[in-house]
Design a protein around this ligand. Structure first.
Ligand code: C2O
Ligand code: CU
Ligand code: CU
Length: 560
């Protein structure tokens, strides 16, 4: 299956983990190849930034890019019976008016069309057969985020391939219908490669999905709208800036231009009816507190799905936290609106809970204002002008047409059976920082070593405690979806949203692969390790703040 020698790779993997132990800034600066080209180190001047600032409503003027059947960027690629290539390569594209931005993208050619970061659509039970082709000058590997696949198809960092090499994937999609995604996973370069553009959606469909779509008259790319949300920093000449101070490594990289489906300031013309938005937080570090606003007031919406697909029943909400890598599948009912009415999807203000770190003046809950204070190490001027936890807009919706729409929300969406955890092994997992190194149970990532072994087919309880108390951590499990059983010690802004008993949030009521663990919180997960893959499986468990992940906030676990 692999077209390269294992031995070469293992040797290479060893080098990578050595580089990564040098600490956050070393891991980040080890891969500065991309943005060196233009020498565009100065950030966007204020005047240019003002026209992109998502806090300003008049900046929302660019038609939202919708995934279409004709291919192109985000184009819907119905996974064909024939294998197709996913080629990683650089590409120049226009994001800011009048300039070109160097990106890294997945290119595919299938069904007679060309795609950039295609949105893969696949039926549950179907096979995906694809060949990853690395056209970059550094290693990469693709991870299918949320999918239950054997570890050789999961994009484990030890499977990273070098320039010119290929990696063949072949697996059956066993997951429930839902919004999944794919992105790079080579250790030490995941954050940067994702930042520069490598990310795509993967939509799984089944009978539950079919039923929901029919009962609400939803059409993917028209009234069922995926929203990939990513914050980025731009340089004066339009290139992406990836700052690499020690502070950026420690807190994660925050942008100040918010891209939705690849473009800033998006606007979508709508009819007066119900819309579905599949929100994917594809940001490296930023948390969004999603709200829907009309004329200063909030509109309620329904959460119908999470990372692992549909909830049992829709949950009516007025806000939802979406941490990095999490998905929120929401329905917004706009049938009461009139022609010309405007609604914004936005991120509401919250306390990002960044504690003051010794020697990092100004890095408090005010956000990223402290970057300049680090000095010397990287670009002091490449700091976000959009503090973490500040309020800003994501998408403008303008009603263009009144239409008749009288369909009712179904009361039942799918079946979610709670896992039976009687007699389950309980694993305490502590997230903490030692100096400037994030750790999981005192460990940092080691390519060949696992933190523990889980028994195949058994159920376990993982009790994750965020003891570092200086940031929320979006913790992500490979290989299996889990259920959140309980939240304890939640900060007020989270506890206030509890709906499900045991301190759980609406998003905790479905299957999950990523869970945001707030400072001081203990979140209890139930995981069932049943699988039919042959042999032992080596998966990772890590923080999906991608700078944290690259700096070693990741462990292997083995299912044997
Ligand atoms: Cu989406 Cu291991 O990652
Ligand atoms: Cu994943
Ligand atoms: Cu983290």
């Amino acid at each position: 299956m692999h077209s390269f020698s294992r031995r070469t790779l293992v040797r290479y993997a060893g080098l990578l983990s050595v580089a990564a132990t040098g600490g956050a800034s070393a891991a980040l600066s080890a891969c500065g190849v991309i943005d060196r080209g233009k020498g565009d180190n100065a950030r966007l001047p204020s005047r240019q930034y003002d026209a992109l600032d998502p806090r300003i409503v008049t900046n929302f003027t660019v038609p939202l890019r919708l995934p279409g059947a004709e291919g192109g960027p985000l184009g819907i690629l119905d996974v064909p019976a024939q294998p197709f290539d996913l080629t990683v390569r650089r590409q120049s594209t226009t994001i800011l008016k009048g300039t070109q931005t160097d990106m890294i993208v997945y290119e595919a050619r299938a069904n007679g069309r060309n795609y950039t970061n295609p949105m893969l659509r696949v039926k549950r039970g179907a096979d995906i057969t694809t060949r990853l082709v690395n056209g970059l000058d550094e290693p990469t590997i693709t991870h299918w985020h949320g999918l239950h696949v054997d570890w050789r198809n999961d994009g484990h960092p030890s499977d990273a391939i070098r320039n010119g090499q290929t990696y063949d994937y072949r697996f059956k999609v066993q997951n429930r219908s839902g919004t999944y995604w794919y992105h790079p996973h080579a250790h030490g370069t995941t954050a940067k490669q994702t930042y520069y553009g490598l990310a795509g959606l993967l939509i799984v469909e089944d009978e539950d999905e079919q039923r929901l779509r029919q009962s609400l008259d939803l059409e993917l790319g028209v009234t069922d709208v995926p929203l990939l949300i990513q914050d980025r920093l731009f340089g004066a000449r339009g290139s992406l800036l990836y700052p690499s101070t020690a502070m950026d490594g420690f807190q994660g990289v925050f942008g100040d231009v918010v891209l939705v489906n690849g473009m800033p300031g998006p606007v979508m013309n709508i009819d007066s009816r119900l819309y579905r938005f599949r929100v994917l937080n594809g940001s490296n570090a930023r948390v969004y507190r999603l709200i829907v606003i009309k004329g200063g007031g909030r509109l309620p919406f329904h959460l119908v799905g999470t990372d692992g697909g549909l909830l049992a029943r829709p949950q009516q909400l007025t806000e939802v936290f979406v941490g990095p890598a999490e998905r929120a599948d929401i329905l917004v009912d706009l049938r009461g609106l009139n022609e010309g009415d405007v609604v914004f999807l936005a991120s509401h203000t919250f306390d990002p809970m960044h504690a003051e770190m010794e020697g990092m003046s100004g890095s408090g809950s005010g956000g990223m204002a402290g970057h300049g204070g680090m000095g010397g190490n990287g670009r002091a001027d490449a700091q976000s002008r959009l503090p973490d936890g500040t309020e800003f807009n994501l998408l403008k919706l303008t009603v263009r047409r009144r239409v008749p729409y009288d369909l009712a929300l179904p009361t039942n969406l799918a079946t979610v059976v709670p896992l039976d955890t009687t007699g389950a092994t309980v694993r305490p997992i502590t997230l903490a920082a030692s100096g400037m190194q994030w750790q999981i149970n005192g460990a940092q990532f080691e390519m060949e070593r696992e933190l523990f072994r889980s028994q195949a087919n058994a159920t376990e309880i993982w009790e994750i405690t965020n003891a570092a108390a200086s940031m929320p951590h979006p913790m992500h499990l490979h290989g299996f979806q889990f259920q959140v059983q309980e939240r304890r010690g939640s900060p007020r802004q989270v506890a206030d949203l509890a709906v499900g008993g045991q301190g759980r949030l609406a998003t905790d009521l479905g299957w999950k692969d990523t869970v945001l663990v707030w400072p001081g919180e203990t979140v209890t997960l139930a995981i069932n390790f049943t699988h039919t893959f042959s042999g032992e499986q080596l998966y990772t468990f890590h923080c999906h703040n991608l700078e944290h992940e690259d700096a070693g906030m990741m462990v292997n676990y083995r299912v044997a």
